[in-house]
Ligand binder design. Structure first.
Ligand SMILES: [Fe+2]
Ligand SMILES: [Fe+2]
Length: 308
Protein backbone atom coordinates (compact mmCIF):
# COMPACT_ATOMS: atom_id res chain seq x y z
CA UNK A 1 0.00 0.00 0.00
CA UNK A 2 1.36 3.41 -0.91
CA UNK A 3 0.23 6.44 1.07
CA UNK A 4 0.96 10.10 0.31
CA UNK A 5 0.95 12.67 3.11
CA UNK A 6 0.65 16.38 2.30
CA UNK A 7 0.28 19.12 4.87
CA UNK A 8 0.25 22.90 5.46
CA UNK A 9 -0.74 23.84 1.94
CA UNK A 10 -1.77 27.40 2.89
CA UNK A 11 -3.53 28.15 -0.42
CA UNK A 12 -3.38 31.86 -1.33
CA UNK A 13 -6.08 34.18 0.00
CA UNK A 14 -8.16 34.63 -3.17
CA UNK A 15 -9.40 38.22 -2.69
CA UNK A 16 -8.89 41.17 -0.41
CA UNK A 17 -11.11 40.54 2.66
CA UNK A 18 -13.86 43.00 3.61
CA UNK A 19 -13.11 45.14 6.65
CA UNK A 20 -15.92 43.46 8.63
CA UNK A 21 -14.25 40.08 8.07
CA UNK A 22 -11.08 41.36 9.74
CA UNK A 23 -12.65 42.71 12.95
CA UNK A 24 -11.23 39.83 15.01
CA UNK A 25 -8.12 37.61 15.23
CA UNK A 26 -8.02 37.61 11.41
CA UNK A 27 -6.61 41.18 11.38
CA UNK A 28 -3.24 39.94 12.66
CA UNK A 29 -3.37 36.86 10.46
CA UNK A 30 -4.06 38.93 7.36
CA UNK A 31 -1.18 41.27 8.18
CA UNK A 32 1.12 38.28 8.60
CA UNK A 33 -0.14 36.89 5.28
CA UNK A 34 0.44 40.12 3.32
CA UNK A 35 3.87 40.72 4.88
CA UNK A 36 5.37 37.22 4.95
CA UNK A 37 3.27 34.19 4.35
CA UNK A 38 2.14 34.92 0.81
CA UNK A 39 5.79 34.85 -0.25
CA UNK A 40 6.50 31.63 1.66
CA UNK A 41 3.54 29.63 0.38
CA UNK A 42 2.97 29.70 -3.35
CA UNK A 43 0.51 27.75 -5.39
CA UNK A 44 2.99 27.19 -8.24
CA UNK A 45 5.26 25.23 -5.87
CA UNK A 46 2.25 23.34 -4.54
CA UNK A 47 1.13 22.51 -8.10
CA UNK A 48 4.52 20.87 -8.80
CA UNK A 49 4.22 18.80 -5.61
CA UNK A 50 0.65 17.76 -6.46
CA UNK A 51 1.64 16.81 -10.02
CA UNK A 52 4.42 14.59 -8.66
CA UNK A 53 2.01 13.02 -6.19
CA UNK A 54 -0.47 12.30 -9.00
CA UNK A 55 2.28 10.68 -11.12
CA UNK A 56 3.18 8.42 -8.19
CA UNK A 57 -0.46 7.17 -8.04
CA UNK A 58 -0.63 6.48 -4.30
CA UNK A 59 -3.45 4.23 -3.09
CA UNK A 60 -4.51 6.99 -0.68
CA UNK A 61 -3.62 10.59 0.16
CA UNK A 62 -3.87 12.06 3.67
CA UNK A 63 -3.84 15.85 4.18
CA UNK A 64 -3.20 17.00 7.75
CA UNK A 65 -4.60 20.51 7.67
CA UNK A 66 -3.83 24.17 7.15
CA UNK A 67 -5.38 24.13 3.70
CA UNK A 68 -6.24 27.85 4.17
CA UNK A 69 -4.94 30.73 6.32
CA UNK A 70 -7.52 32.84 8.17
CA UNK A 71 -10.72 30.84 7.55
CA UNK A 72 -12.42 33.35 5.23
CA UNK A 73 -15.53 32.23 3.37
CA UNK A 74 -13.68 32.94 0.10
CA UNK A 75 -10.79 30.69 1.19
CA UNK A 76 -13.11 27.75 1.85
CA UNK A 77 -14.75 28.30 -1.56
CA UNK A 78 -11.44 28.15 -3.41
CA UNK A 79 -10.20 25.43 -1.02
CA UNK A 80 -12.95 22.92 -1.79
CA UNK A 81 -12.69 23.75 -5.49
CA UNK A 82 -8.92 23.18 -5.41
CA UNK A 83 -9.35 19.85 -3.63
CA UNK A 84 -11.93 18.70 -6.20
CA UNK A 85 -9.69 19.70 -9.10
CA UNK A 86 -6.70 17.83 -7.70
CA UNK A 87 -7.76 14.90 -5.52
CA UNK A 88 -10.30 12.10 -5.88
CA UNK A 89 -12.32 12.22 -2.65
CA UNK A 90 -12.76 8.41 -2.73
CA UNK A 91 -9.02 8.02 -2.02
CA UNK A 92 -8.24 11.30 -0.21
CA UNK A 93 -9.12 12.60 3.24
CA UNK A 94 -8.11 15.55 5.37
CA UNK A 95 -8.37 16.78 8.92
CA UNK A 96 -8.41 20.50 9.85
CA UNK A 97 -5.42 22.53 11.04
CA UNK A 98 -5.49 25.62 13.25
CA UNK A 99 -5.65 27.87 10.16
CA UNK A 100 -8.79 26.03 8.99
CA UNK A 101 -10.37 26.95 12.37
CA UNK A 102 -8.82 30.38 12.74
CA UNK A 103 -11.82 32.00 14.45
CA UNK A 104 -14.99 30.45 15.94
CA UNK A 105 -17.45 29.79 13.10
CA UNK A 106 -20.41 27.48 12.68
CA UNK A 107 -19.02 24.17 11.40
CA UNK A 108 -21.00 24.47 8.14
CA UNK A 109 -19.62 27.98 7.53
CA UNK A 110 -16.03 27.03 8.41
CA UNK A 111 -13.94 23.86 8.08
CA UNK A 112 -17.14 21.85 7.61
CA UNK A 113 -17.27 23.25 4.07
CA UNK A 114 -14.42 20.84 3.33
CA UNK A 115 -16.55 17.99 4.72
CA UNK A 116 -16.61 16.10 1.41
CA UNK A 117 -12.94 15.31 2.14
CA UNK A 118 -13.59 14.34 5.78
CA UNK A 119 -15.97 11.44 5.25
CA UNK A 120 -15.27 8.15 6.95
CA UNK A 121 -16.63 5.38 9.13
CA UNK A 122 -16.89 5.42 12.90
CA UNK A 123 -17.21 2.53 15.27
CA UNK A 124 -20.47 0.82 14.30
CA UNK A 125 -21.54 3.55 11.89
CA UNK A 126 -21.51 3.83 8.10
CA UNK A 127 -19.26 6.42 6.46
CA UNK A 128 -20.41 10.03 6.74
CA UNK A 129 -18.90 13.51 7.11
CA UNK A 130 -18.31 14.99 10.61
CA UNK A 131 -21.31 16.88 12.06
CA UNK A 132 -19.08 19.39 13.86
CA UNK A 133 -15.49 19.90 15.02
CA UNK A 134 -15.90 17.41 17.88
CA UNK A 135 -17.32 14.64 15.64
CA UNK A 136 -13.92 13.00 15.12
CA UNK A 137 -12.06 10.77 14.62
CA UNK A 138 -13.26 9.15 11.40
CA UNK A 139 -11.61 6.11 9.88
CA UNK A 140 -10.69 5.27 6.29
CA UNK A 141 -9.64 1.72 5.52
CA UNK A 142 -7.65 0.66 2.47
CA UNK A 143 -7.11 -3.11 2.62
CA UNK A 144 -5.07 -3.89 5.73
CA UNK A 145 -4.30 -0.22 6.45
CA UNK A 146 -6.64 1.99 8.49
CA UNK A 147 -6.18 5.75 8.82
CA UNK A 148 -7.68 7.40 11.89
CA UNK A 149 -8.21 11.14 11.33
CA UNK A 150 -8.42 13.15 14.58
CA UNK A 151 -9.14 16.90 14.84
CA UNK A 152 -6.64 18.73 17.07
CA UNK A 153 -7.73 22.21 15.97
CA UNK A 154 -10.45 23.99 17.94
CA UNK A 155 -10.41 27.80 17.39
CA UNK A 156 -7.93 29.62 19.68
CA UNK A 157 -7.40 33.14 21.01
CA UNK A 158 -5.28 35.69 19.09
CA UNK A 159 -1.56 34.85 19.22
CA UNK A 160 -2.24 31.20 20.02
CA UNK A 161 -2.06 28.18 17.72
CA UNK A 162 -2.38 25.52 20.39
CA UNK A 163 -4.15 22.24 19.74
CA UNK A 164 -6.52 20.15 21.80
CA UNK A 165 -8.25 16.83 21.23
CA UNK A 166 -10.41 16.81 24.37
CA UNK A 167 -11.58 13.87 26.45
CA UNK A 168 -14.34 12.80 24.04
CA UNK A 169 -12.00 12.41 21.08
CA UNK A 170 -9.31 10.79 23.22
CA UNK A 171 -11.85 8.15 24.33
CA UNK A 172 -12.93 7.51 20.73
CA UNK A 173 -9.32 7.36 19.50
CA UNK A 174 -8.72 4.75 22.20
CA UNK A 175 -11.69 2.63 21.15
CA UNK A 176 -10.96 2.88 17.40
CA UNK A 177 -7.29 1.94 17.86
CA UNK A 178 -8.29 -0.98 20.09
CA UNK A 179 -10.91 -2.24 17.63
CA UNK A 180 -8.62 -1.88 14.60
CA UNK A 181 -5.69 -3.43 16.47
CA UNK A 182 -7.79 -6.48 17.33
CA UNK A 183 -8.73 -6.73 13.65
CA UNK A 184 -5.02 -6.86 12.73
CA UNK A 185 -5.05 -3.57 10.81
CA UNK A 186 -2.00 -1.34 10.32
CA UNK A 187 -3.16 1.75 12.25
CA UNK A 188 -2.06 5.22 11.16
CA UNK A 189 -3.17 8.20 13.25
CA UNK A 190 -3.40 11.53 11.39
CA UNK A 191 -3.71 14.90 13.14
CA UNK A 192 -2.45 18.45 12.61
CA UNK A 193 -0.39 19.09 15.76
CA UNK A 194 2.84 17.29 16.76
CA UNK A 195 2.54 14.66 19.48
CA UNK A 196 6.12 14.76 20.78
CA UNK A 197 7.38 17.38 23.26
CA UNK A 198 9.64 20.14 21.98
CA UNK A 199 8.53 19.89 18.33
CA UNK A 200 6.95 23.34 18.58
CA UNK A 201 6.83 26.19 21.16
CA UNK A 202 4.23 25.99 23.94
CA UNK A 203 1.85 28.51 22.30
CA UNK A 204 1.65 26.25 19.23
CA UNK A 205 1.67 22.86 20.96
CA UNK A 206 -0.97 20.18 21.53
CA UNK A 207 -2.29 20.78 25.07
CA UNK A 208 -3.23 17.16 25.69
CA UNK A 209 -0.25 15.52 23.96
CA UNK A 210 0.71 13.63 27.13
CA UNK A 211 -2.84 12.24 27.45
CA UNK A 212 -2.74 11.15 23.79
CA UNK A 213 0.63 9.46 24.29
CA UNK A 214 -0.79 7.61 27.31
CA UNK A 215 -3.64 6.31 25.10
CA UNK A 216 -1.21 5.29 22.36
CA UNK A 217 1.05 3.55 24.87
CA UNK A 218 -1.84 1.36 25.87
CA UNK A 219 -3.58 0.72 22.51
CA UNK A 220 -0.55 0.69 20.26
CA UNK A 221 -0.39 2.39 16.86
CA UNK A 222 1.82 1.71 13.84
CA UNK A 223 2.52 5.27 12.61
CA UNK A 224 1.54 8.85 13.47
CA UNK A 225 1.39 11.63 10.85
CA UNK A 226 1.18 15.32 11.63
CA UNK A 227 1.96 18.75 10.18
CA UNK A 228 1.94 22.28 11.71
CA UNK A 229 5.71 22.84 12.08
CA UNK A 230 6.30 23.24 8.30
CA UNK A 231 9.44 21.10 8.72
CA UNK A 232 10.13 17.36 8.37
CA UNK A 233 10.26 15.71 11.77
CA UNK A 234 11.07 12.04 12.31
CA UNK A 235 10.69 10.92 15.86
CA UNK A 236 9.02 8.16 17.87
CA UNK A 237 6.77 7.53 20.81
CA UNK A 238 6.72 4.68 23.29
CA UNK A 239 4.01 2.06 23.21
CA UNK A 240 3.70 -1.11 25.28
CA UNK A 241 4.73 -2.99 22.11
CA UNK A 242 7.84 -0.82 21.59
CA UNK A 243 8.74 2.46 19.90
CA UNK A 244 6.50 3.57 17.04
CA UNK A 245 7.39 6.17 14.40
CA UNK A 246 6.10 9.74 14.14
CA UNK A 247 6.46 11.46 10.75
CA UNK A 248 5.84 15.20 10.73
CA UNK A 249 5.44 16.58 7.21
CA UNK A 250 6.97 19.79 5.86
CA UNK A 251 4.82 22.39 4.12
CA UNK A 252 3.87 21.40 0.56
CA UNK A 253 3.96 24.98 -0.75
CA UNK A 254 7.35 26.57 0.04
CA UNK A 255 8.77 27.85 -3.30
CA UNK A 256 12.35 27.82 -1.95
CA UNK A 257 14.31 27.06 1.21
CA UNK A 258 14.20 29.84 3.81
CA UNK A 259 15.86 29.80 7.22
CA UNK A 260 15.47 26.31 8.60
CA UNK A 261 12.65 25.46 6.18
CA UNK A 262 13.06 23.32 3.07
CA UNK A 263 11.43 23.84 -0.33
CA UNK A 264 7.99 22.21 -0.73
CA UNK A 265 7.84 18.56 0.31
CA UNK A 266 5.51 15.64 0.82
CA UNK A 267 6.01 12.16 2.23
CA UNK A 268 5.33 8.97 0.28
CA UNK A 269 5.03 5.84 2.44
CA UNK A 270 5.20 2.19 1.41
CA UNK A 271 3.50 -0.18 3.84
CA UNK A 272 4.01 -3.94 3.64
CA UNK A 273 3.53 -6.98 5.87
CA UNK A 274 0.79 -7.97 8.27
CA UNK A 275 0.09 -7.92 12.00
CA UNK A 276 1.36 -11.46 12.81
CA UNK A 277 4.70 -11.14 10.97
CA UNK A 278 5.10 -7.39 11.53
CA UNK A 279 4.63 -4.26 9.44
CA UNK A 280 7.35 -2.70 7.30
CA UNK A 281 6.98 1.02 6.67
CA UNK A 282 9.37 3.02 4.50
CA UNK A 283 9.16 6.67 3.51
CA UNK A 284 10.45 8.69 0.59
CA UNK A 285 10.63 12.41 1.37
CA UNK A 286 9.86 14.03 -1.99
CA UNK A 287 11.16 17.60 -2.34
CA UNK A 288 10.88 20.35 -4.93
CA UNK A 289 14.14 21.42 -6.57
CA UNK A 290 13.41 25.12 -7.19
CA UNK A 291 16.11 25.41 -9.89
CA UNK A 292 14.79 22.67 -12.17
CA UNK A 293 11.16 22.54 -10.91
CA UNK A 294 11.61 18.76 -10.58
CA UNK A 295 10.45 16.87 -7.50
CA UNK A 296 12.99 14.34 -6.26
CA UNK A 297 13.53 12.00 -3.33
CA UNK A 298 15.54 14.01 -0.78
CA UNK A 299 15.67 11.27 1.82
CA UNK A 300 14.58 7.64 2.16
CA UNK A 301 14.05 6.05 5.58
CA UNK A 302 12.89 2.83 7.12
CA UNK A 303 10.44 3.70 9.88
CA UNK A 304 9.23 0.27 10.94
CA UNK A 305 10.65 -2.02 12.20
CA UNK A 306 12.35 0.80 14.12
CA UNK A 307 16.03 1.11 13.35
CA UNK A 308 18.16 -0.11 16.32
FE1 LIG B 1 0.69 25.61 8.79
FE1 LIG C 1 -0.74 24.81 11.83
Amino acid sequence: MRLAHLTDLHLPIPARPKLAELMNKRALGYLSWTRNRRHRHQKEALALIVADCQREKPDFTAISGDLVNISLASEFSTGIQWLEENFDRRITAMTPGNHDAYIPLDWDAGAGRLGAYMGGERQGEAARSPRDETDFPFVRTIGAVSLIFANSSPPTAPGLATGRLGDGQLARIRSELTRLGEAGQCRILVLHHPVTDGATPRRKALDDAAALRAVLYETGVELILHGHTHRSIFSDIETSAGARPVAGGASASHPTAHGRYRPARYNLFTIEGDAPSGWRIDVDVRELDPASAAVKTAERRRLLPSPP
